[in-house]
Design a protein around this ligand. Structure first.
Ligand code: ASP
Ligand code: MG
Length: 457
């Protein structure tokens, strides 16, 4: 069967129970997906991590309680999907593997990252077996000649050996995708595979880090030379702002990869565009939609977009602090910024927005950074440190932001008398951000949304 090569990824909530799986399978069928990448069923990765730590640190009875919970949940889905005893055997083998691994961890009282990755892999391996079944049901209902086939992602997704945050080896993956998966281009097969997991060249199971299924899907889309990557989740795309903050928020039809990255960094939670990079660099457009309501449409994330509005979206990042570092020694000298950023680097703390004057630097950080007393002490070696709390960072995301006359006026007119504590404009074409006190956050977002995006139709 020729046609577009579509890779579709379904997240944990889209795999929540048998009904969710069938709904997601309908979506995969309607989209004519060739390769489906799935997350573990919702909550299961957390359960598996809890199982691993309980096995290591607690009694075997406690570990068994979690094992039973995982088994019961998946066997219920299997029953609801009317799986045959032979197919249920496939699940049982995974439960046995999981029990043996947990037992090993318990006896050794040692859970290495390597062991943890193998234990976590069971989540996606179980869900992909169930989802293959769900697609089979939909194909039979539709009298389709297509065939759903389970595929072990570890056959192609080769990684380095940094267990729990393994990096993909792109060249190897491409070659193996051609060998094992390119067949979908010319057949009636729908491959169903696991997100999140891979293997080292030596054959050890790895994972790409929490939430890694989007990344897997993007890597496989690149490896396969797909035409489209779809990310199916529980919201209908990326919104103009968080709908919980502003009732006029609505889905954005398309957004560039760069804008989406700014949006994610500055507060939007939906997906982290960095994980889409393999698809974006291969010029594969990415669609984000809701498997619960596919009819609502969604958002296209692309390298280049047709429409480039000045303001496309806005975000509020709460729980921010503003750290101001000042020193008279900065006058006429150099190296101050270097010293400061070296301290942040040594503490692995990421700084978001910065402004400087001759003798001071202000930067925004998550308030959790305050827990790191050593960071503050190290900064105090170079400068006088002042910390302001209970702030929020507002960002407007769009295009040509640093070259548009009158934009700042329009922004500050619309927020009126509300005090702005810090402004960051100029570095990015795509982002204008400023700080306000957190209690004014919702009001500011609503006023700006009204000015730049308007009421929903
Ligand atoms: N199941 C993994 C997790 O919960 C990967 C994913 O869902 O993307 O982190
Ligand atoms: Mg997930």
């Amino acid at each position: 069967m020729q046609g577009k090569i579509i890779v579709s990824k379904f997240g944990g909530t889209s795999m929540g129970d048998a009904e969710c799986m069938k709904r997601s399978a309908e979506v995969a069928f309607a989209q004519n997906s060739k390769l489906v990448v799935v997350s573990a069923t919702s909550g299961t990765t957390n359960d598996l991590i809890e199982l691993a730590t309980t096995s290591e640190k607690s009694t075997w009875e406690n570990a068994q309680l979690i094992l039973t919970k995982i088994k019961v949940k998946h066997l219920k889905m299997a029953r609801d999907l009317e799986m045959t005893p032979e197919k249920i055997d496939g699940l049982n083998q995974l439960f046995e593997e999981l029990e043996s691994m947990s037992r090993g961890v318990h006896l050794l009282k040692d859970c290495s990252l390597k062991a943890l990755d193998s234990i976590q892999s069971i989540g996606e391996r179980l869900s992909s077996l169930l989802f293959t079944e769900a697609i089979g049901i939909i194909l039979r209902q539709k009298n389709s000649s297509r065939i759903a086939k389970w595929f072990d992602a570890r056959e192609v997704l080769i990684t380095d050996n940094q267990f729990s945050k393994a990096r993909p080896l792109t060249a190897e993956i491409k070659a193996l995708c051609l060998e094992h998966l390119a067949i979908v281009k010319h057949t009636d097969l729908i491959f169903v595979t696991q997100g999140f997991i891979g293997r080292t060249k030596e054959g050890m199971t790895t994972t790409l880090g929490r939430g890694g299924s989007d990344y897997s899907a993007a890597i496989l889309a690149e490896g396969l030379g797909a035409d489209i990557l779809e990310i199916w989740t529980d919201v209908a795309g990326i919104a103009t702002t968080d709908p919980r903050l502003c009732s006029d928020a609505r889905a954005i039809p398309e957004i560039s990869f760069k804008e989406a990255s700014e949006l994610a960094t500055f507060g939007a939670k939906i997906l982290h565009p960095a994980t889409l990079l393999p698809a974006i660099r291969a010029h594969i457009p990415v669609f984000v939609g809701s498997s619960f309501h596919p009819e609502l449409g969604g958002t296209w994330v692309k390298k280049d977009v047709d429409d480039t509005p000045l303001v496309r979206a806005m975000a509020l990042r709460k729980k921010q602090i503003l750290v101001t570092l000042s020193t008279p020694e900065m006058l006429y000298s150099h190296g101050f910024l270097y010293q400061i950023f070296k301290v942040f680097n040594d503490h692995k703390v990421s700084v978001d927005a910065i402004t400087t004057s001759e003798i001071s630097v202000s930067l925004t950080l998550d308030d959790s950074t305050l827990m790191n007393r050593d960071l503050i002490l190290d900064l105090e070696k170079f400068a006088d440190v002042q910390v302001e709390e209970n702030l929020a960072l507002v960002s407007l995301i769009g295009n040509n932001i640093n070259h548009t006359a009158g934009l700042a006026k329009k922004i500050f007119d619309s927020i009126g008398e509300i005090n702005v504590r810090m402004i960051c404009l100029g570095a990015s074409k795509h982002n204008f951000c400023f700080m306000i006190t957190e209690d004014k956050g919702v009001e500011v977002i609503n006023r700006l949304h009204n000015t730049f995006i308007g009421e929903s139709l």
